[in-house]
Ligand binder design. Structure first.
Ligand SMILES: *Cc1c(COP(=O)(O)O)cnc(C)c1O
Length: 363
């Protein structure tokens, strides 16, 4: 069997969820879209179901996967329905749906649900992706209030730059949200992970933490009060499958991107870019080899990568190389490779997941 695995620490996931909920000071939807950011949506939702207030997903396919697995807590379709034919399924499976465009509002109005429909009304407070303009938002709120089968909507918006503590944009968006929703009844949902960690003034009845649940800090590199509080959930590791010694001036791997400047012991590791490790990780990208700091050398291949074992005399075939997890943290690796922690964890492929600390009956 190929010696590569992603260890998923469900205790750490629960710890991070509790932190998010505490920071929110209200309820928190655990965001498990994109297969729980590559961690496995069903396993993560099961691990959180006893304590989570609900879950957030990107589309009805993801919601139905959770319902089929027996997840009974509320599930919000954060982009709403993509076509009107999804609305009967929303009711049948007791889902919540966002209304964030004139088309989605018209579909809800044309749909006469038998059971109450839970709608989250999305304001575009300045991100200019999804959501209704302030005028359209208030108009839509009044139109939804006239529909007997629609429950009072949750008032929702999304922050574009909450991960930049020096930006004034979050405050501007919060002001726009306050103005647009002034006097309207209903619970409020504003914060993603970065807003929860960095912007306590972003008030929430319903926070929407995603990345932080998985132990990655969206504010990495900036000073904030919760830097040490998150526990990494995913550890990506693979074993050394071959070693060799090369002399000064000899290259390693495709493109000879590493040339030995000293007699060098090379370790070949069983994971590559087809598994989701960044292809253009530079020479010297940090890894942990049998618990000690090490680094990559040479270009990452599809199925393998190479590390410098010169200063790891005890490391040999079968040694474990941690590619991300506690060291390096996925945010550190992302920084080294000019990518994002979101993309790294969501990009995991082919690697089997091994779940640690599942609750009884959830393995
Ligand atoms: C993905 C998403 C979130 C979670 O964002 P993180 O930055 O991962 O915390 C929250 N709200 C909406 C609408 C989203 O699409």
């Amino acid at each position: 069997m190929r010696p590569a695995r992603a260890l998923i620490d469900l205790d750490a996931l629960r710890h991070n969820y509790r932190l998010a909920r505490r920071l929110a000071g209200g309820k928190a939807l655990a965001i498990v879209k994109a297969d729980a950011y590559g961690h496995g949506a069903v396993a993560c939702a099961r691990a959180l179901e006893a304590e989570a207030d609900g879950f957030g997903v990107a589309c009805i396919e993801e919601a139905l996967e959770l319902r089929a697995a027996g997840i009974a807590k509320p599930i919000l379709l954060m982009e709403g329905c993509f076509e009107a034919s999804e609305l009967p399924l929303v009711v049948e499976h007791n889902l919540w749906t966002v209304v964030g465009s004139p088309e989605q509002l018209a579909a809800v109005e044309a749909f006469h649900a038998s059971a109450p429909l839970n709608v989250w009304l999305l304001l575009d407070s300045g991100m200019h992706r999804l959501g209704l303009s302030p005028v359209a938002f208030r108009h839509a709120h009044a139109r939804l209030a006239a529909l007997a089968w629609v429950a009072p909507p949750v008032l929702m918006t999304h922050m574009a730059r909450a991960d930049e503590l020096a930006s004034t944009r979050t405050r501007e968006q919060l002001d726009a949200f306050r103005q647009a929703t002034a006097g309207l009844p209903g619970a409020v949902s504003v914060s993603n992970s970065a807003a929860l960690l960095g912007w306590p003034e972003a008030h929430n009845d319903w926070a929407r933490p995603g990345l932080m649940l998985y132990g990655a800090d969206p504010l990495h590199g900036q000073t904030h009060a919760h830097r040490e509080a998150l526990r990494p959930v995913m550890t990506l590791e693979a074993d050394v499958i071959a070693t060799r010694e090369i002399g000064i001036g000899e290259p390693v791997g495709y493109g000879a991107r590493f040339i030995a400047e000293r007699p060098t012991r090379v370790g070949v590791v069983a994971a590559g870019y087809a598994d989701g490790y960044p292809q253009f990780a530079p020479n010297g990208t940090p890894v942990t080899i049998d618990g000690r700091p090490g680094c990559t050398i040479g270009r990452v291949s599809m199925d393998m990568l190479t590390v410098d074992l010169t200063d790891h005399p005890d490391a040999t075939v079968g040694s474990t190389v941690q590619l991300w997890g506690t060291a390096p943290r996925v945010v550190e690796l992302a920084e080294h490779c000019h990518t994002s922690a979101y993309r790294l964890v969501c990009g995991l492929k082919r690697i089997p997941h091994r779940y640690l600390h599942a609750l009884p009956g959830q393995a």
